[in-house]
Design a protein around this ligand. Structure first.
Ligand code: PLP
Length: 437
């Protein structure tokens, strides 16, 4: 092995050699069931020839042309095919190289929109426990204390409000009555406190991703926060990096509550891991307004033709195989199987999610919902046990209080078969039992 890779994992990671459907094989031909699509990335599955062929074909035709000098047929076609599926009016799509870049782009779009209207708005409100990426702007609007901690001197221009987290609702005295309205009230007060004329945008995941582990908000949440944003002229940025492209059983999770964002960010499932593709999307109104003042922004690799070819081919597979419906069907199956396997386990506090985005929160005491101490490294051990059993699980920590809190996140490729779905539930349960009895 090279001694020159600045690795993200431990020394001695297995070598990924090949993928097919919901399976990854390492260099020793060992099989892993991809229960998490990596970091909830892979929608159409591994080894899809139509996607790799589309990438190769575009790279052969023309791999790179600078986005200020050229557009490409494939990008124009991709945008036309994607636009009708997005929950924005006549959307304008700005392709970049991943989720964090898409978030940075959307934040700048929000600022540019207000500047074009003659308003010097710059504050952005995110939510506690949220994750929007690791670049500085995206990390600042994120609310995961552990990820922010080393970089705090660089952060601090964003504000944070409450996130719906039904298992640990911030309003226990009235829960479950009117929780969405309570969250909206807190958001409203925060905007008023800092002055509506200074607040540019509110950014949120429609269903929490890595930070809070597939928390589905109460039914009244989205209409209430959308109303508050509109009443103050604050733009609504919906981050569907993890939930987009069918993952939760709808093309985009915003659809579950009829949310109509001003700006939207996408990545992960957009190109299903075949290419580093992110998308910042603006509504027609936001785009038109920005263009009256101009948009000072850009990346060398934005609007990449090969990325558009990957995204377009992935979109075609999602449609051909009706993978949005598959996410609903397999998601319901996975949920039922997890509940059957783990519903009575003393360390399983909550099983939650929608479609094929599912979270399992592990606790040391179900009655009191007490989290394990971080020093126990519970979820890390569960993931390792899963790997030893041949199943890939995604994990997150800090949901309970910013430090403690162990979450197993499942998000397999949407093409996962019925039998693989049952296998995923039983291997996940076995890995949890290996560690917690
Ligand atoms: N937003 C959400 C909701 C995410 O889940 C992630 C990544 O996990 C990001 C943004 C950042 O995306 P990326 O890792 O592609 O920069």
């Amino acid at each position: 092995m090279s001694r020159h890779v600045f690795s993200r994992g431990d020394e001695g990671l297995p070598v990924a050699a090949r993928g097919s459907g919901a399976e990854i094989f390492d260099a020793d031909a060992r099989r892993y069931l991809d229960g998490s699509g990596g970091a909830i990335v892979v929608g159409v599955g591994h080894g899809v020839d139509s996607v790799s062929d589309a990438i190769a074909e575009q790279a052969r035709r023309i791999a790179y042309a600078h986005p200020t000098m050229f557009t490409t047929d494939v990008l124009e076609a991709y945008a036309d095919e994607l636009a009708p599926l997005l929950p924005l009016e006549s959307p304008r799509i700005y392709p970049v190289s991943g989720g964090s870049e898409a978030v940075e782009t959307a934040l700048k779009m929000a600022r540019a929109y207000h500047l074009a209207r003659g308003e010097d708005r710059y504050l952005v409100i995110g939510r506690h426990g949220a994750y929007h990426g690791n670049t500085r702007g995206a990390l600042d609007v994120s609310g995961r204390a552990g990820l922010r901690a080393p970089y705090l001197p660089w952060l601090g221009s964003a504000l944070h409000t409450t996130a719906p987290y039904e298992y640990r609702c911030p309003f226990p005295e009235t829960h479950p009555e009117g929780c969405g309205e309570r969250h909206a009230q807190v958001l409203d007060e925060l905007i008023v406190e800092h002055g509506a004329g200074r607040v540019a945008a509110f950014i949120a995941e429609p269903i929490s991703g890595a930070g809070l582990g597939a928390c589905v908000p109460p039914a009244d949440y989205w209409s209430a926060v959308e109303r508050v944003c509109r009443s103050h002229g604050v733009l609504l940025i919906v981050d569907e990096v993890m939930t987009g492209f069918g993952r939760t059983g709808a093309w985009f999770a915003s659809e579950h509550w009829g949310v109509r964002p001003d700006l939207m960010v996408l990545a992960k499932g957009a190109a299903s891991g075949y290419w580093p593709l992110g998308l910042a999307v603006a509504s027609d109104d936001v785009h038109k307004t920005i263009m009256t003042g101009g948009f000072t922004h850009g990346f060398t690799y934005s609007h990449h033709g090969v990325g558009a070819a990957a995204g377009r081919a992935v979109l075609a597979v999602l449609k051909q195989l009706d993978l949005v419906q598959a996410a609903r069907d397999r998601g319901a199956q996975l949920d039922a199987a997890l509940r059957a396997e783990l519903g009575n386990h003393p360390a399983v506090g909550d099983i939650r999610g929608l479609g094929l985005l599912r979270g399992i929160e592990l606790v040391s005491d179900r009655q009191t919902r007490t989290a394990f101490a971080r020093s126990d490294r519970v979820v890390e051990r569960v993931v390792a046990a899963g790997m030893a059993r041949g199943v890939l699980l995604y994990s997150s920590t800090g949901c309970a209080d910013g430090r403690d809190g162990d979450l197993v996140l499942l998000g397999p490729p949407l093409i996962i078969t019925e039998s693989e779905t049952d296998e995923l539930a039983s291997l996940t349960a076995a890995a949890i039992r290996d560690v917690l009895g």
